[in-house]
Design a protein around this ligand. Structure first.
Ligand code: THG
Length: 369
């Protein structure tokens, strides 16, 4: 099947790194928050996977946009949007937070950065959180300003990330703790660096506000990274499924609640805080969920999902697979699937039809083991 080009335009925003990665072998893009997000680089998927797991990569993840909430009522608004209890949060820390609607449906699953009670960044996945936040703020008469500053994140990911970062920022960067952030000096500028990222291979995310200095830093990372075999990269389908990092819009959307997504750890119902959908989630928790995100394994060596595919037992649908990839580690296709009750408990074998051929798979827990 031929591949089609995506027609670029102002509406489909480029990032400050686009011209760099286009000289460095980007081969495909996806669209994320109305912005280009690189989806592939030269080399096979397995080669780039092995590289990420052994060396260090620089990723243009500027499409992870920041929604800035500032003002007297900033804390109240951010808390209104998430079922995670933010009352004891600390300045300079990141928090993975399900954002939900009045029914408990997933609006987004961002990383939230707390600067202080009156300034927060919501580092969003692919949905229009700014409009949702503005609507709530207007309706509730909150004293806040809401904007999308032009922050362009570059991620430094992989086991050698800190060898490289230490060369540029010194030993101080080694003291940064998981999901903490701090400003680090770089020449005449400073950059917010968080120990986070959409892989489990370690590393940081650099939230570039000063584009000129950010691009200088980008180039220096490649220069200083030569000895660590640095390469450009992007969020990796194999690595992220193996690591069970959820992808909003792929694995879950507004029709799923955070309990169904296995995000129970971030659902806090036993408190006095006010957030949208709280009553609904309390009821859902009492009654038990009707479906759940689970892992699946299928004994085939290739899959190319463009939409979900039903999973069946004796010809009746028991769920759908939403993301999948061949995993070199498990030597079969692994995927993330929404499985109906009671099948997410019984973990029976299921059938799946791909290109008119029937295969058998099994349901398993995530993270995969
Ligand atoms: N970094 C930043 N912004 C982002 C992403 C990111 N915005 C979009 C998208 N990714 C949001 N989705 C996720 C999903 C999973 C994680 C982060 C963002 C994640 N989870 C860890 C885990 O599952 O182990 C840590 C969760 C925790 O314990 O708090 O990393 O990647 N800036």
């Amino acid at each position: 099947m031929p591949n089609q080009y995506v027609a670029k335009s102002r509406r489909l925003r480029s990032t400050i790194y686009s011209s760099r990665i286009e000289n460095q072998g980007v081969t495909s893009y996806t669209i994320y928050n109305h912005m280009l997000l690189p989806a592939g680089f030269e080399g096979s998927l397995e080669e780039t996977y092995n590289h990420l797991k052994n060396h260090v990569q620089i990723w243009d993840v500027a499409a992870e946009r920041q929604i800035e909430i500032k003002g007297k009522d900033a804390y109240q608004l951010v808390q209104l949007m998430t079922c995670r209890d933010l009352s004891k949060t600390k300045e300079g820390k990141c928090y993975y937070c399900p954002i939900i609607d009045e029914n408990g449906g997933m609006i987004n699953d961002p990383v939230v950065l707390k600067f202080n009670n009156e300034k927060w960044w919501i580092s969003i996945a692919d949905s229009d959180v700014m409009l949702f936040a503005k609507g709530l703020a207007i309706g509730k008469n909150l004293e806040v300003s809401i904007s999308e500053p032009d922050v362009n994140i570059m991620a430094v990911q992989g086991p050698k990330a800190f060898n490289l970062l230490e060369k540029i920022f010194g030993k101080e960067i080694l003291d940064l703790k998981f999901y903490n952030f701090k400003y680090f000096n770089f020449k005449n500028s400073k950059h917010l660096i968080a120990k986070s990222g959409w892989s489990k291979q370690g590393g940081v995310e650099i939230y570039v506000e000063d584009a000129k200095s950010g691009l200088e830093l980008y180039d220096l990372l490649f220069e200083e990274g030569k000895e660590f075999n640095v390469k450009p990269g992007c969020p990796h389908l194999i690595e992220r499924i193996e690591s069970a990092l959820l992808s909003y819009g792929n694995d879950m959307d507004i029709n799923d609640n955070p309990l169904e997504c296995g995000l129970d750890k971030f659902v806090h119902l036993d408190n006095n805080i006010e957030f949208l959908g709280k009553d609904k989630l309390i009821k859902i928790k009492e009654n038990g969920i009707e479906k759940k995100l689970m892992g699946v394994k299928i004994d085939i060596d290739n899959i190319n999902l463009r939409s979900s595919i039903n999973l069946t037992i004796n010809n009746s649908v028991i769920g759908e697979i939403r993301s999948a990839v061949y995993s070199p580690t498990f030597n079969k296709v692994i995927g993330i699937a929404m499985i109906n009750k009671p099948y997410f408990l019984s973990k029976d074998k299921f059938d799946i039809i791909i290109d008119s051929k029937k295969y058998t798979g099994e349901i398993c827990d995530i993270p995969f083991v």
